[in-house]
Design a protein around this ligand. Structure first.
Ligand code: BES
Ligand code: MN
Ligand code: ZN
Length: 499
C-alpha cells in the first residue's frame, strides 16, 4: 500500500473516498480541520439533522457533496473534544481503516490538517493512520488455497497534512512505514505453523533479511557449535526434537565499530509441547507462537536497518523445539549451563528460561550497553496483567524509566514488575545450583524473571514477558507483533534522543 503526504486541500483531491474526522463540537467557526466553511457547514447541518453520528469511531457516508472532488465522504466520528484521548484516536482510525478496506476502493484520502492536539500530535495522527491501515489490511493466506478473505484493493492513500507540516511529517511517515513493515514480518513469522517454522527456518529468514542490507550480518550456531561452547541449556531443550536447535545472531552496525551495541535476546521456541511435562491439549496450537520473542528481535533489527539508525544492535534468537521423545530431557535431569551454573530441570515446560539463560550469558561477550530480552515466558504473566499489557522487569532504574517512556510514547502498553530477591530461595535444588521452577505457583512471572536474573548480573538488563500480548487467541487468533512499537520507540530514542 502506498501512503503519501500532500499539501493539497482535502476537498480538491480526486480520490474514491475522502475521510473527514469530526469532533462533536465541530462548527464552521471552529472547524478544527482545515476545510472550506461550505463543506463544514454541510457536515454540521447534517449533524444537526441527526444524520451524522460523531461518537468516537462512528462511520458516516455522504455522497456527492458538490464542494468535494471525491464522490464520497467517510465522516469519522471522534467524539467530544473534552473526552478525546490517544486511545480513542487509534480506535477511530482503526474503524475507518476497516470500513475503507471493506468497501474495496482503490484510493482514499484522509484529512488531517488541524487535528493535532495535546492528546494526539500531528506525527501521531500520521503514524497511527499508517499503522491502523497496516493492521487492518494484514492477512496471512500463505496456507490457504482459495483465499477466503478478499485481498484488499486499496492501492494508495493520501494523508492531507497541509503545507506547514509537510516536511516534518515525512519523517513520521517514514518511521511508521518501516515499523509497519517490521510488524508484518513479525506477524508472518509468528503465524507460520510450527511444521513450517522450525529453528532452521527462522535462521534462513534471518539470513535472507541480512542479505538485503549491507549493515546486517548473520551467524548461525549449529548444535556442534553450541556443544563446543557449552550451551547445554538450549541444547537440552532441543534434544527431544528431530528439528535441531539453532542460535541465531544478527548484527546491525549503524554506528562506529567501537560503540557498545544494544543486545536484544529473543525466546524462539518454535513449538512448546511442554516436553515430558506435557501441556494439556486445549489451545496447545497457540504454542506455535512461543517464538514471538525471537521474531520481535529480528523484526527490530530489520526496522533499525530500514531506518538506518546510527546505533549498533545485536539480536540473538535462541531457537529450539520443545518436544517429548526418546532423547528428551526428563524432570530431575541436571544440566550445566554456559554460565557454569548447574540447573535441575524439575519441569520440562519451563524451557523458555533455559534457552534464555544461555543466550543471556552468551550476549555478555558483546559488552552490550544494555540487554533487553523478549519472551512468551509464563502463563502467570497473563494472569497478572491480562492480554493488553506486557510485563517487564529490570535491574536498572534509568533503563526502566526509559522503557516506561517508550511505552507511553508508542501507546504500546507495558507495566514494570518487581524483581524480588527472596524469590531466589524458591529456586533451591538438592542436586544443582538452581532449580528451573519453584515448588509452588505463586508469582510465577516474577519467579521466571528472578531465574533469568541469575544470569544477567554483569550488565543493565530488562526482561519482557510477552505471553499475554504477542498474539491473540480465540476468534481473532493471530500474532500482534507487540511489543515491537515500544521497542522501536526505545531504539529510536537511543539513536536520536538526549538520554
Ligand atoms: N510458553 C509457555 C508460557 C506461555 C503460557 C505462553 C501461555 C503463552 C501462553 C512457557 O514455556 C511455559 O510453559 N511456562 C510454564 C512455566 C511453569 C512450568 C513454571 C507456565 O507458564 O505454565
Ligand atoms: Mn513451556
Ligand atoms: Zn514456552
Amino acid at each position: 500500500m502506498n501512503l503519501t503526504l500532500s499539501a493539497v486541500a482535502p476537498q480538491q483531491i480526486k480520490t474514491d473516498c475522502l475521510i473527514i474526522p469530526l469532533f462533536k463540537e465541530t462548527t464552521a467557526k471552529d472547524p478544527q480541520i482545515k476545510l472550506p466553511s461550505k463543506v463544514v457547514n454541510i457536515l454540521t447541518d447534517y449533524a444537526k439533522l441527526g444524520n451524522i453520528n460523531s461518537d468516537c469511531g462512528q462511520i458516516n457516508w455522504l455522497f456527492e457533496v458538490k464542494e468535494c472532488a471525491s464522490p464520497r465522504l467517510l465522516v469519522l466520528g471522534l467524539g467530544p473534544i473534552s473526552e478525546f484521548t490517544a486511545e480513542k484516536a487509534i480506535s477511530a482510525l482503526q474503524a475507518a481503516a476497516a470500513a475503507l478496506l471493506q468497501k474495496q476502493y482503490a484510493t482514499a484520502a484522509l484529512a488531517l490538517e488541524g487535528l493535532a492536539c495535546a492528546a494526539f500530535s500531528n506525527d501521531q495522527w500520521i503514524q497511527h493512520a499508517a499503522l491502523a491501515l497496516n493492521e487492518k489490511a494484514y492477512q496471512f493466506n500463505a496456507f490457504k488455497t482459495k483465499t477466503a478473505a478478499k485481498k484488499p484493493k486499496l492501492k494508495s492513500i493520501c494523508l492531507c497534512v497541509g503545507n506547514s507540516s509537510l516536511k516534518n511529517s515525512q519523517k513520521a511517515l517514514g518511521y511508521a512505514l518501516a515499523l509497519a513493515e517490521g510488524m508484518s514480518f513479525v506477524k508472518d513469522l509468528g503465524n507460520t505453523p510450527a511444521n513450517h517454522c522450525i529453528p532452521s527456518s527462522i535462521a534462513k529468514s534471518a539470513q535472507e533479511m541480512s542479505k538485503k542490507h549491507p549493515k546486517l550480518s548473520t551467524t548461525v550456531l549449529s548444535v556442534a557449535d553450541m556443544k563446543k561452547l557449552g550451551m547445554n541449556a538450549i541444547l537440552a531443550v532441543g534434544q527431544g526434537s528431530r528439528n535441531e536447535p539453532k542460535f541465531i545472531i544478527v548484527e546491525y552496525k549503524g554506528a562506529k565499530k567501537s560503540d557498545a551495541p544494544i543486545a536484544l535476546v529473543g525466546k524462539g521456541i518454535t513449538f512448546d509441547t511442554g516436553g515430558i511435562s506435557l501441556k494439556p491439549p486445549a489451545t496447545m496450537d497457540e504454542m506455535k507462537y512461543d517464538m514471538c520473542g525471537a521474531a520481535t528481535v529480528l523484526g527490530a533489527i530489520k526496522v533499525a536497518a530500514a531506518l538506518n539508525l546510527p546505533i549498533n544492535i545485536v539480536a540473538l534468537a535462541a531457537c529450539a523445539e520443545n518436544m517429548p521423545g526418546g532423547n528428551a530431557i526428563k524432570p530431575g535431569d541436571v544440566i550445566s549451563t554456559l554460565s557454569g551454573q548447574t540447573v535441575e530441570i524439575l519441569n520440562t515446560d519451563a524451557e523458555g528460561r533455559l534457552v534464555l539463560c544461555d543466550a543471556l550469558t552468551y550476549c555478555a561477550r558483546y559488552k552490550p550497553e544494555v540487554v533487553l530480552d523478549f519472551a512468551t515466558l509464563t502463563g502467570a504473566m497473563v494472569v497478572a496483567l491480562g492480554t493488553h499489557t506486557s510485563g517487564f522487569f529490570s535491574n536498572d532504574e534509568a533503563l526502566a524509566t526509559a522503557l516506561n517512556h517508550a511505552s507511553k510514547n508508542s501507546l504500546d502498553s507495558a507495566w514494570r514488575m518487581p524483581l524480588i530477591e527472596c524469590f531466589k530461595d524458591d529456586l533451591k535444588s538438592n542436586f544443582a545450583d538452581l532449580a528451573n521452577i519453584a515448588p509452588h505457583r505463586w508469582g510465577g512471572a516474577i519467579e521466571a524473571a528472578v531465574f533469568l536474573a541469575q544470569f544477567t548480573k554483569d550488565y543493565r538488563w530488562a526482561h519482557f514477558d510477552i505471553a499475554g500480548t504477542a498474539y491473540n487467541g480465540g476468534a481473532n487468533k493471530g500474532a500482534t507483533a507487540r511489543p515491537l512499537p515500544l521497542l522501536m520507540e526505545y531504539l529510536y530514542q537511543r539513536a536520536y534522543g538526549k538520554s
